[in-house]
Design a protein. Structure first.
Length: 135
């Protein structure tokens, strides 16, 4: 049942596999309200090897909801995934950060030696004053 519920979260949050359009901010807000942002991010994070899950968490991260920081943390874990396409998807999502609180999340995650270099690379491409120290 839990796997079914997780798959339902993923399916509803990203749409069909052939639909590459992002959800509107209103649709993301509705999903966050329906499932709870933390629950949604937790379910999506179980699909660590899915570019679609990374993209969906990116939309949650950019939504400004209470789950934005958790989504950024989960996406950052993708920077060290064994699959290069997952690493690239994570990087694509993280470089869209414009919120200082989310930059702070990345700075905090640099305490993990495994994430330090990949996060420095991402920070160098984020257009925010707090991230510019890594240009």
């Amino acid at each position: 049942i839990e796997n079914y519920a997780d798959e339902a979260y993923l399916t509803e949050s990203i749409g069909s596999a052939t639909d590459h359009a992002e959800k509107s901010p209103e649709e993301v807000d509705a999903l966050v309200n329906k499932y709870g942002g933390d629950n949604l991010v937790r379910a999506l994070s179980r699909f660590r090897g899915s570019q679609s899950a990374i993209k969906a968490m990116g939309q949650i991260m950019r939504s400004g909801s209470g789950a934005s920081e958790q989504a950024a943390e989960q996406i950052a874990q993708g920077l060290v995934h064994a699959n290069r396409s997952i690493r690239e998807a994570a990087e694509r999502e993280l470089v869209t950060i414009r919120d200082g609180q989310l930059v702070a999340v990345l700075l905090r995650l640099m305490d993990n030696p495994e994430l330090e270099q990949p996060i420095k690379k991402v920070l160098a491409n984020i257009d925010h004053p707090d991230a510019r120290q890594f240009d």
